[in-house]
Design a protein around this ligand. Structure first.
Ligand code: 6GU
Length: 248
C-alpha cells in the first residue's frame, strides 16, 4: 500500500515512520510513504503558503493554490506510476482535521484495502474551504482534542493501517485476535518471571490447559471492557451467558 502525505513538514512524517515496524515494512516494500512538501508549490517569492482570513479573526489560513498544485502533481505522479493508466482510479484524499469523523479500527480496515491513500495535513487555523471541496473525499479526526497540525494524526493513521497489511507484523495472526476488532479489550498478559516482587502469574496460565486458558482470557477481556470501556460492550458480540454474567 502506498501512503502519500501532503504536508508542510515532510521530515516529521518521514522520521516518524522510518523507524520500528513501519520502517521495516517500508524496507520490505510492503508499504511506501511518499511525502510532498506543499511549500514547494508556492509561487510566492517568500514561499508563503498562508494568508489572513477573509472576514477577519485570529490566525492564518492555508491558501488553496499551493495545495491544489501539490495535489495535481501528486495525482499525476501516482497515475504515471501505474502499469495500466486507463485502469487508474482517483485515490481517496483524507483531510485530517478535528472536524472529521473519529478514526477507529473499522475505518482502518476499510482504508487498508486501498492501493493508494492521500493524506492532507493542515496547519494554522485551517485550509481555504474551496480547495477542500475540490479534492477531499474523507474528513477524519483522531479524537476530540486539538493538535497543532495534521502530521501526527496522519502518522497515527498510517501506523494503524500498516499493521493490518499482510506481512507487516511478524505474527501473521497477531492483528486478528486483539483489542477492538471485536469491541473487547485485550486480556492481561504475563511473561517471566513467574513471581515478580511477590506477585504471581495467574495459576491457569501455567496449567497448560488450553481450553481453560481460553475461557479465562475471554472472561478477563469482558471484565476489563466492562470496567474500562463500558461503551464498547454494546457493540461487542457476547453470548447470553456472558451478558448475564455482567448483570450480576
Ligand atoms: Cl486529524 N488534526 C488536528 N490538527 N488536530 C486533531 C486531529 C486532527 N484529530 C484530533 N485533533
Amino acid at each position: 500500500m502506498n501512503f502519500h502525505v501532503l504536508t508542510l513538514f515532510p521530515d516529521m512524517v518521514q522520521n516518524g515512520l522510518n523507524t520500528s515496524i513501519t520502517g521495516r515494512a517500508i524496507e520490505k516494500g510492503l508499504i511506501s510513504v511518499n511525502t510532498v512538501n506543499i511549500r514547494d508549490f508556492s509561487d510566492d517569492k517568500h514561499k508563503r503558503v498562508d494568508d489572513y482570513p477573509y472576514g477577519g479573526g485570529a490566525g492564518m489560513v492555508m491558501q488553496a493554490e499551493p495545495i491544489y498544485k501539490a495535489y495535481g502533481y501528486l495525482a499525476n505522479h501516482i497515475k504515471m506510476s501505474k502499469d495500466d493508466q486507463t485502469a487508474y482510479k482517483k485515490p481517496r484524499v483524507v483531510y485530517v482535521t478535528p472536524q472529521g469523523e473519529i478514526f477507529n479500527q473499522s475505518m482502518a480496515q476499510e482504508l487498508a484495502a486501498e492501493e493508494d491513500l492521500i493524506l492532507l495535513c493542515g496547519h494554522y487555523e485551517g485550509i481555504d474551504e474551496r480547495v477542500l471541496e475540490m479534492i477531499v473525499s474523507d474528513y477524519v479526526s483522531i479524537g476530540d482534542y486539538v493538535l497543532t497540525g495534521g502530521e501526527l494524526p496522519a502518522m497515527v493513521m498510517i501506523d494503524c493501517i500498516s499493521r493490518l497489511i499482510p506481512g507487516v507484523l511478524n505474527n501473521e495472526t497477531s492483528s486478528e485476535f486483539e483489542s477492538l476488532q471485536d469491541n473487547l479489550l485485550e486480556y492481561p498478559q504475563y511473561t517471566r518471571p513467574e513471581v515478580f516482587m511477590g506477585r504471581k502469574v495467574p495459576e491457569v496460565l501455567l496449567s497448560g490447559h488450553h481450553a481453560n486458558i481460553e475461557a479465562w482470557r475471554r472472561q478477563e477481556s469482558i471484565i476489563r471492557t466492562y470496567e474500562r470501556r463500558p461503551d464498547l460492550l454494546e457493540q461487542a458480540e457476547l453470548t447470553e451467558e456472558e451478558r448475564e454474567f455482567l448483570t450480576r
